[in-house]
Structure formats: C-alpha cells, structure tokens
Design a protein around this ligand. Structure first.
Ligand code: MLT
Length: 404
C-alpha cells in the first residue's frame, strides 16, 4: 500500500489566504447583495502599464514568426533579463552581483517555498513571528520542523523570533544559532522595515555562525525613506551568507503574469559544494524556465519608460497606504507600517482576537483584511490591511471602518 508524506498532516489548517477566501465566499453566498471590499491578500488591482503591454504584444508576434519563435529557453532565464536585473537592481546600487548568479522563476512564492530543498533536513530554521506562512509551511512539508505544539502555537524544531511593538517589529539575534534564517524587509505582514546597520548585524551574525539568510525583498520598491537597504547585498559580507528573492508581482503588477528571481552568489559554499551549483541542478531538473513573452515583459520593467510608469503605479498604492494609515490613526487605532511597505498592521481594539475582528469587519462593514494570528502566534491581537486595492475602494473601506 502506498504511503503519503505525512508531514503534510502536521500543517495547521489550510493555506491562510484560502481560509480567508472560503470565509468571504460563505458570507457572500448568504449575502449576495453585499458590496465587499477586499483588502486581505496582497493582490494588485492596477492594470499592467503600457510599456509592459507593448513588450508582451511584441514578444507574442515574434513567437508567430519562424525567426522569432522560441521553444524551451534556458531554465535559468534569458540573458537579456538577467543582465538587466544585475545591472539595475544590483550594480547600479553598488552591489557586486553578476547576471549568472540570478535565476529567473515564475514568482517568489515558488522560490521561497522551494529553496529549502537544497538544505539537509536537520538544519535548524529560524523565522520571524508573525511571518509569511510559506516559509513555515514549506519546511513543515519537507519534515524539518517537528511536531506542532498547540500550547505554544508553534513547531518543536523551529526557532521563533518574535517581532513585536517592543522591538520595533525587528527580530533579535537568536540565542540558539539557526542554520537557515528567513528574513523579509520591508516586512510582510507588519509593513515595518530594517535599517542598514541592523541588517549588517544579521549579516555579521550569519557569517560568524555559518548560517544562511534567505532574504525576501519582494517589497523593496515600496521603500520611501532614504538610507534603507533595498537589497541585503548592500551589506558588507552578504555574498558569503545570503540568498535573495525578488518578485515582479508587487513592483510591476505581475500577480497574474508570474515572474520572479533569486540571487545565489557563487561564494556560498558548504563542504566544498556551491549552493549555486545545487540550485542550478535543481532548476534544470524541475523547472522549464519562465515563458519567453513574460521575460520580455520583465525586461520592459527596466526600460526608462517602464521605470517611470511603474514609479507612478507604486506611488498609487503608497497613497492608498497613507489613506489607510491616516484614516485609522484618526479613528484612534494603533497603527504600524504603511510608509515603506504596502501593508498596514493595526492593533485590534477592545481586546478582540484577530479572527473576531475579521468577522466584525466582514459582517458589519463588509471589509476584508487578514487576521494577524494567521501569520503566527505573535500576530494575535493584530490585523493586516493591504494598500493594493483601488483608490476608490480604499477610501470607501476607511469611511466604513471609521463609522464602525
Ligand atoms: C500576501 O498577501 O501576503 C501576499 O500577497 C501573498 C503572496 O504574495 O504570495
């Protein structure tokens, strides 16, 4: 009789955003007239900008000609895109990253979920709490986390790093040394971010202890304040301790197109083996490469016109973030994030749990957000709203919340 991978049975409930969608759909079924505003999952709402649409059309037309047709592409991504990323996301910022250290993919969630495969099962993993659930769940599926403990609300073998008001939502260096450390700044879900000296401490800690930092930079385009790090490679020594993940979803609206990339510097070596060679092997075996036309759209993100159009798009969402933040502050809420990130993290009022607050918002004002506890035990008592809605819906949602 075949056996299943029973690590899956250790997962807690469904994927967070599927649970939310299920609750919202159930409400909608019994209240078909309800005008629900969804500020839950961080999915964008603006259409793709013209330079990206043009690049897509052009690439589609090319594919219909004998000269322009492409079959299987390089699994690691086309050079035109890897070169643009290396030059503009890294070298222009003074980071020493080469094009062949960049692996193109169909998005950050897959990279973040898959990267743990090249590490041994007995590696000790540290995560922030609250945290983007994919870091935890992908390690649970692999069998790296041990049993779930209902009392602590956590897995036996994980090192949890609480991110709370008291520490400015920045994790402290763990006393028990982890092998793998997941960090995400600007942060999902708290919307807070880290300074360069603080990030440098993490890089020094990882280098001293032989740990790897898996750095999720999906939201770097939302940094508005000067001197904040857009990439971990702005820190000295990061090439020997960090892998970085990037998405095209949040800066360019590719949630439906799908594109992302991961940087693996060639200096990352364990027992004489480079992580770059392992991931290259894994990518070549399990992945066919992102579609040519989508990579051409990705290239347009780095064109002068594309950059100008996307700056405007990011500013549109940042303006929503401001509306949410200021509206909530006006209404007397305790609010974090929303300045260098598209997420607003608010303290749930009146001692309610975060799921109770979710129900209140849905049932009383038909606004959907994400309960903080869905991101981890230390998210209890908090709630996340996203700035990725339309301007009109964002304003309307805030009016409704103010009138609660
Ligand atoms: C979120 O809402 O946390 C993100 O949209 C999820 C994702 O990007 O996968």
């Amino acid at each position: 009789m075949y056996k299943i991978n029973d690590n899956y049975l250790k997962l807690q409930g469904n994927y967070l955003f599927s649970t939310i969608a299920k609750n919202v759909n159930a409400y909608k079924d019994s209240n078909p007239e309800a005008n629900i505003i969804r500020l839950g999952i961080g999915d964008v709402t603006r259409p793709l900008v013209p330079s990206i649409i043009e690049a897509l059309h052009k690439a589609v037309d090319e594919m219909g000609t004998p000269e322009g047709f492409r079959g299987y592409g390089p699994e690691q991504g086309y050079d035109f895109l890897r070169n643009a990323i290396a030059k503009q996301d890294y070298q222009a910022r003074g980071c020493n990253i080469e094009a062949d250290e960049i692996f193109i993919s169909d998005g950050s969630k897959c990279d973040v979920g898959n990267i743990q495969e090249i590490f041994a099962l007995n590696n000790k993993v540290a995560i922030c709490d609250p945290v983007y659930p994919v870091y935890v769940d992908s390690n649970v599926m692999a069998g790296r986390t041990g049993a779930f403990h209902p009392v602590t609300g956590g897995y036996d073998n994980l090192i949890y790093m609480p991110c709370l008001k008291d520490n400015g939502f920045i994790p402290e260096l763990p006393k028990e040394v982890p092998d793998l450390i997941y960090l995400c700044f600007p942060n999902n879900p708290t919307g807070m971010t880290i300074t360069k000296p603080q990030l440098q401490e993490w890089v020094d800690y990882a280098n001293k202890n032989g740990s790897i930092i898996l750095y999720d930079a999906a939201y770097e385009a939302y940094i508005t304040e000067p001197d904040l790090p857009h990439s971990i490679y702005e820190c000295e020594g990061a090439r020997t301790c960090a892998i970085e993940m990037h998405s095209f979803s949040k800066n360019a609206g590719f949630t439906g197109l799908r594109l992302g990339y991961m940087v693996i510097p060639k200096e990352l070596v364990s027992n004489g083996v480079t992580l770059h060679s392992l991931w290259n092997r894994r990518h070549g075996t399990k992945y066919n490469g992102a579609p040519y036309i989508v990579q051409r759209a990705g290239e347009a993100v780095y064109s002068e016109r594309g950059k100008a159009e996307l700056k405007e798009q990011v500013n549109y969402y940042l303006n929503n973030a401001k509306i949410i933040k200021e509206g909530l502050l006006d209404a007397g809420y305790e609010v974090y994030g929303g300045v260098n990130a598209p997420y607003i993290w608010l303290k749930v009022p009146n001692e309610k749990t975060s799921w109770e607050f979710f129900d209140t918002l849905l049932h009383e004002v038909q606004v959907v957000g994400t309960p903080g506890v869905g991101f981890g035990a230390h998210g209890e008592g908090y709630f996340r709203l996203t700035a990725f809605g339309t301007y009109e819906n964002t304003k309307e949602a805030l009016n409704r919340i103010k009138n609660l």
